[in-house]
Design a protein around this ligand. Structure first.
Ligand SMILES: C[S@@+](CC[C@H](N)C(=O)[O-])C[C@H]1O[C@@H](n2cnc3c(N)ncnc32)[C@H](O)[C@@H]1O
Length: 296
C-alpha cells in the first residue's frame, strides 16, 4: 500500500490561521490587509483591511480577461468573488483541509485542483494566473515553467505577495551581520527579479504596498501578546507543577524549537516595523509575450 503523504507544518499553520481568522476577526480571507491612513489598526477592522486588499486585486485584473486560474486559493473566499464578478475560474489548493472548505463554498461553480501548482497537469490555458499571497510557497523555477504552460498567448500573471529585502530601507536600521528576519516567508526580491528578467514576460505593474500591509503584523503581535503567550504560559505552569519530570524532559528535548518560538513570536519582534524593515510587499502584473508559450 502506498504510504500516506506527510502533513506539512506550513499547511497546519494555514489551517490554524483560518480557524483564528474566522473566530477572532470574522473573516475567511487568508491574506494580509491594506491599512490606509485613517483605518484604525484594531481587530474589528481586519476584515475591512482584507477587503481593501481583495478590491486592489480586482482592480488590477486587465480588461478583456475572461478565465482565471487562482493558485493557492486558501478558503476560496476570493475565488468566489471572482466567480461573482463573472470570470470563469479554476482553483488550485494542495491542502486537503482547505480544499474541503473551498468545495463547500464554491461547489461546482469552479473546478478545484487538489494539487501543488508545481505538480499540476492540465489540458487547458487561462487569460490570467493569480498568486494571491501564495507565490512565496512555490518553487520559483517550476512556477515559471507552469505559468508559461498554462497561460494563453499574451496572458497575464498577477502576483501579490511579500519578498525578502536585500537591505533595510532608507531611514531604518541597516541589517546586522548575522541578523535574520524574525518573520518567515518570501523569496528574495533580487533573485525573483533576476529570474523573471530571463523569462518572456513584460512587466506592466510593480506596486509597493509594504507600508500599507505592514500593520497586519501589529495585529498579529497583539494576538500573540494578549492571547497566545498567556495561554502558553498557563499551560507551561500547569505542566511544570503537575508533571515536572515530563516537562523538564520536553523542555530539554525541544529546547531549540522553544527558543526559536520565543525569539520569533514572544520577543515582540513580529511587528509592522520589523516587517517593513525585512520584507517588501509587491503587486506585480506581467504579460506573457504572445509567441512564448510552452506546449501543454
Ligand atoms: C496565505 S494563503 C493565501 C490564500 C488566498 N490566496 C488568499 O489570498 O486569501 C496561501 C495559499 O497557498 C497555498 N499553497 C501552499 N503551497 C502551495 C503550492 N505548492 N501550490 C499551490 N498552492 C500552494 C496554500 O494551501 C494556501 O491556500
Amino acid at each position: 500500500m502506498p504510504s500516506k503523504p506527510k502533513v506539512q507544518l506550513k499547511d497546519i499553520g494555514l489551517d490554524i490561521g483560518l480557524a483564528f481568522a474566522k473566530h477572532v476577526y470574522k473573516t475567511d480571507y487568508l491574506h494580509y490587509g491594506i491599512w490606509p491612513e485613517g483605518l484604525k489598526v484594531e481587530p474589528s477592522n481586519v476584515l475591512q483591511a482584507q477587503t481593501n486588499y481583495a478590491d486592489l486585486l480586482l482592480k488590477n485584473i486587465p480588461e478583456g480577461v475572461e478565465s482565471i486560474l487562482d493558485v493557492g486559493c486558501g478558503s476560496g473566499k476570493f475565488t468566489e468573488q471572482l466567480l461573482d464578478a463573472g470570470y470563469r475560474v479554476e482553483a488550485v489548493s494542495p491542502s486537503p483541509h482547505l480544499s474541503e472548505i473551498v468545495l463547500s463554498r464554491i461547489g461546482k461553480r469552479a473546478k478545484l485542483h487538489q494539487s501543488r501548482y508545481e505538480d499540476l497537469n492540465l489540458g487547458s490555458r487561462f487569460d490570467l494566473i493569480l498568486f494571491s499571497e501564495s507565490f512565496q510557497y512555490l518553487n520559483l523555477e517550476e512556477a515559471f515553467v507552469q505559468t508559461r504552460k498554462y497561460l494563453n498567448p499574451g496572458g497575464f500573471m498577477l502576483i501579490c505577495d511579500f519578498f525578502n529585502r536585500e537591505q533595510a530601507p532608507e531611514g531604518s536600521n541597516p541589517f546586522g551581520l548575522d541578523e535574520k528576519s524574525p518573520i518567515s516567508g518570501g523569496h528574495g526580491i533580487k533573485r525573483f527579479l533576476e529570474i523573471v528578467e530571463g523569462q518572456p514576460f513584460r512587466k506592466l505593474e510593480d506596486q509597493d504596498i509594504t507600508a500599507a500591509t505592514a500593520p497586519s503584523l501589529d495585529i498579529m503581535r497583539d494576538l500573540i501578546h494578549e492571547v497566545i503567550r498567556p495561554s502558553w504560559n498557563a499551560v507551561a505552569y500547569y505542566m511544570g507543577s503537575n508533571y515536572p519530570k515530563f516537562t523538564a524532559f520536553f523542555s530539554y528535548f525541544f529546547r531549540k524549537k522553544i527558543n526559536q518560538a520565543h525569539r520569533k513570536y514572544f520577543s515582540g519582534n513580529t511587528s509592522g516595523a520589523q516587517f517593513f524593515r525585512f520584507k517588501t510587499y509587491r503587486l506585480f502584473l506581467y504579460q506573457l509575450e504572445p509567441d512564448n508559450k510552452i506546449d501543454v
